[in-house]
Design a protein. Sequence first.
Length: 295
Amino acid sequence: MAELTTFFSALFNPDLPFVRNAFLAGLLSSILFGVLGSVVTVKRIAGLAGAISHAVLGGIGIALYLSATGIVPHLSPIIGAIAFALISAAIIGVVSLKSKQREDTVIQAIWAIGMSIGVLFMAKTPGYTDPSSYLFGNILLISNTDLVLMLILDVIVLLLVWRFYPQIEATAFDEEFAQVRGIPTQAVFLAILSVTAVAVVLLQTFVGIVMVIAMLTLPAGTAGFKARNLASMMVSATLFSSLFSVSGLMVGWVSDVPVGAMVVVIAGAFFLGRSAGNLVSKRRHIHDQSKKSNS
């Protein structure tokens, strides 16, 4: 209890802005994880998002190298990451639409090549550049500028979902029916992939690749057990993501362990527990139905 009191004291302490920023980042990122994660989960493109999140390491490595060597002074790693993310999304998207049988091969190739390019350029970048900082991130290093960027992306994503929700829902659950209704399913798919790619870049720069992949799937997967439609799944996934993020921050602070990793562990444990409970419930239902039919 004393440790929790210390956490809340730090949260409202003006001399410890990094705790407050981490708390706000957890809430702001939860909107993206909840909304985009639901679409990613329903459309079963988590593998695509994972490939993009790893491939952007190539863009980060190239940007760091160009900036450090003076070829392109002051080039931000985020610029390189976004460029690589959009290129990767375009390649994966086109291949997914045009050649399903080669989709897995291309996804794995983009994943491996992007990471390898990043590691090579980081190795040649003057000064020490640790790839693990981009792989795992540190939510406690969130700045005010980072929070503003996350807020802007939240607003953009929410506006897009509000404006195009019927098209997104139709293509997510029944692509063939959506095509019959005249919805440009391919354009919607590429747009979803592109927005997800940009979100992945911003989020992984703050919290790391591992946490991004986990939080794009675990809160939405947990919400999917009870959600009746895509909208309710988005809301529930956002709430679950907020719960996991805040809980992970609190437990990480009290236990003095990496916050990002703790968030993923809590989210994973909750998802597995929900899965087990759902499985037990189904078996009981089948057993009850069997007893009724026998009687």
